[in-house]
Design a protein around this ligand. Structure first.
Ligand SMILES: Cc1cc2nc3c(=O)[nH]c(=O)nc-3n(C[C@H](O)[C@H](O)[C@H](O)COP(=O)(O)OP(=O)(O)OC[C@H]3O[C@@H](n4cnc5c(N)ncnc54)[C@H](O)[C@@H]3O)c2cc1C
Length: 646
């Protein structure tokens, strides 16, 4: 991490910080699957006060945003965030909040927070643009971290904001329900007490912008560290993981990802260091608008470098991406700040709806020209689609349009209402009854058998003249638009069934697909899964160049009249619910040119679902690790022919 070697930190502080981080902080974050609990996180935050990083009741003037210069504060936050963005954000909230409290009350505050959670950027936009803002309603708040006092905005107008102190409701500290980033922080449920509103202190618009600027810089500092942490892991991985016969770090595509991320991180770190001790609010806004999306992309590249592994919690890389995403959602889109800066540069406020309406009345406005246009000429220029989706659908051949509408309807009525709950499922939970009902309905209505025409499957004959890939693209798009996880669950099934269809072998089709499709008609879902990826081969088992060098990890050995299948497959979508898995294996002693597809049933002795991964998203459909421990299969389990699996 290049910003770790920068010279902007006082050498004594840097040495102490490095020692502290290495000895007291990093060990707690070594295992991404077992992060510190809330109590430990609280203790780690407290421990930083010994280093003078956060203000305390005895030393209210010490710490980040206090006696440390702004650029040092930011670089320290970035260094902490490279290990734990959540911890760095907690340090920022405590110290910046204490500074803000000092401004509100005139008293030095300790561990205080200015609460803007969930209200942040609508208020920001209002105050920055000078419009009349509205405070959204809501009486319950989830705040992090646990602090001694909280200030909450109770009224806002274009010039100032009025605050009230609020107190925790009686509930104990709990983890926030379904957080999507920085979830290690302790959260308290707060009830808003408005009784103090009358004598509440106020902040001027300028002071508020100062508070905001501090928060935005804090976000960029934490995001810089988080992106650097993610890239650090990805670079290490890239020098160990082999695909195509070499470590992936030598592939141009991977180098480019690393290079792009490094540029963003170095650029942001340089910008933070260059801010000096008293950056203007405009500098802070510009810094945020310039870097937040690039830093998110930099961390996201790190996931891509890991391939499928990056999507799983084990590596720790996806947590950095979620942390930046959560901070960006909290602070507001970069476009908002770009707009504010643009309006400021032009010495205007950004337009309000009323002003836009007034524009339309001007003589040269296109809307006026339209009104003057003769009725006969209007159709020549009119384009008023009901919706782009509708427009697009109408252009499809009629059978495909009907097919698309059918899936859109199913997705809207049956998938969308379940999507959120399904994607919040724990990785090892039994699927809830609602998901099983959905599968059963999908089966009965023919959504799981549309690979063959009626009466064998559920595909209408009018659709047979269109390529299957087109049908499946439309189907998957509609289902996933309503829920990415459930969409994957309903689609991975076809991925598993298609090798049987593609074999073109009527015996395999009759033996494996038709009984499953018969079950579907009775509302019994019989799911398939597709198992190709192995621990040591993802790209290699899909790519001709890599495959030539690849040593297969799942192997079929001939024993008498049987095949004995051994090995492991990973990231297999829907492998936990599948009754049938199409498994690709090499023949013993041969390379990938012997790749053969075998049918494995879930009750075959030796078949085991080892675990479901903890995934970044699409949790409605488990990514499973499957084990084949000497599974005995006869020749009828070969899909198509031997060595025809590639
Ligand atoms: C949500 C999810 C669901 C999945 N479902 C299934 C499933 O149902 N069945 C199944 O079999 N698999 C499944 N997979 C696995 C998926 O197919 C693999 O993750 C994918 O093939 C990449 O392989 P890998 O993860 O081993 O990455 P690697 O192959 O290790 O690649 C790591 C990085 O190196 C790059 N790279 C590798 N080789 C080269 C090269 N020659 N040139 C340039 N760059 C290269 C890659 O692009 C990537 O950025 C799933 C994965 C995910 C994330």
């Amino acid at each position: 991490m290049s910003f770790l070697s920068e010279q902007h930190l006082d050498p004594t502080l840097r040495a102490a910080l490095d020692r502290f981080l290495a000895e007291q902080i990093r060990p707690h974050f070594a295992d991404p699957l077992h992060p510190p609990d809330l109590e430990t996180t609280g203790k780690l935050i407290e421990a930083t006060s010994a280093l003078g990083l956060i203000p305390t009741p005895d030393w209210p003037g010490q710490g980040l945003w206090h006696d440390l210069p702004v650029n040092e504060t930011l670089l320290i936050l970035a260094r902490v965030a490279a290990i734990s963005p959540a911890l760095a954000w907690a340090l920022h909230l405590q110290s910046a909040g204490s500074k803000a409290s000092q401004m509100l009350t005139g008293q030095p505050g300790a561990a205080t927070q200015i609460c803007t959670t969930g209200w942040h950027w609508p208020i920001t936009e209002a105050l920055l643009t000078g419009h009349e803002p509205r405070l959204p309603g809501g009486r319950r708040l989830w705040l992090a971290p646990a602090t001694e006092s909280i200030w909450f905005p109770v009224s806002v107008d274009a010039q100032q904001m009025r605050w009230t102190g609020i107190e925790p409701s009686r509930q104990p500290a709990v983890t926030i329900p379904a957080p999507h980033g920085n979830e290690l922080l302790p959260y308290l449920e707060f009830a808003i007490v408005e009784a103090h509103a009358a004598d509440a202190p106020t902040t001027s618009r300028e002071d508020w912008i100062g508070l905001l600027a501090r928060d935005l810089l804090g976000v960029i500092a934490v995001a810089t560290g988080a992106a650097a942490g993610a890239l650090h892991l990805a670079k290490e991985y890239a020098t160990q993981r082999q695909q195509g016969g070499v470590v992936i770090a030598v592939h141009d595509a991977v180098r480019e990802l690393i290079g792009r991320s490094q540029i963003a991180i170095d650029g942001a770190a340089t910008a933070l260091a260059a801010l000096g001790s008293a950056p203007s609010a405009g500098d802070a806004l510009a810094c945020y608008a310039q870097w937040i999306d690039r830093l998110f992309a930099a961390a996201d590249n790190a996931i891509q470098i890991f391939g499928g592994m990056g999507y799983m919690r084990d590596t720790g890389v996806e947590a950095y991406v979620r942390a930046i995403g959560a901070l960006r959602a909290w602070s507001g889109p970069s476009a908002l700040f770009a707009r504010v800066l643009a309006a400021d540069a032009a010495e205007t406020t950004s337009a309000e709806p009323a002003e836009i309406a007034a524009e339309r009345t001007k003589p040269l406005h296109p809307a006026r020209s339209w009104q003057r246009l003769a009725a006969t000429a209007r159709p020549l220029v009119a384009y008023d689609p009901v919706s782009l989706w509708e427009e697009d659908t109408r252009r499809l051949p009629e059978p495909l349009a009907a097919w698309r509408r059918r899936y859109a309807q199913f997705a809207r009525v049956h998938v969308a209402p379940l999507a959120l709950e399904a994607d919040l499922m724990s990785h090892d939970a039994e699927p809830p009854a609602a998901i099983l009902d959905l599968l059963s309905r999908a089966a009965r209505e023919g959504l799981l058998s549309a690979l063959l025409p009626k009466p064998l499957g559920s595909l209408h004959w009018s659709l047979m003249r269109y390529p299957l890939v087109w049908l499946q693209t439309i189907r998957t798009e509609e289902l996933c638009a309503a829920g990415g996880g459930l969409g994957l669950l309903l689609s991975a099934h076809y991925l598993g069934a298609v090798p049987i269809l593609l074999s073109g072998d009527p015996i395999s089709i009759r033996r494996w697909l038709l009984p499953a499709f018969r079950d579907h008609r009775r509302g019994i879902p019989h799911l398939f899964a597709y198992a190709i990826t192995e621990p040591s081969g993802g790209s290699d088992v899909e790519d001709t160049e890599g495959a030539a060098l690849y040593r297969p990890g799942t192997v079929a050995r001939r024993k008498g009249k049987q095949w004995v299948l051994s090995g492991r497959k990973i990231f297999i979508s829907g492998g936990d619910l599948a009754q049938t898995v199409t498994v690709f294996a090499a023949l013993e002693g041969e390379g990938l040119e012997s790749w053969t597809c075998f049918v494995v049933r879930k009750d075959d002795p030796g078949f085991r679902v080892v675990r479901n991964e903890i995934k970044l998203g699409q949790r409605a459909c488990a990514a499973t690790e499957l084990e084949f421990d000497e599974i005995h299969l006869d020749d009828s389990r070969i899909v198509g022919k031997l060595r025809q699996g590639w």
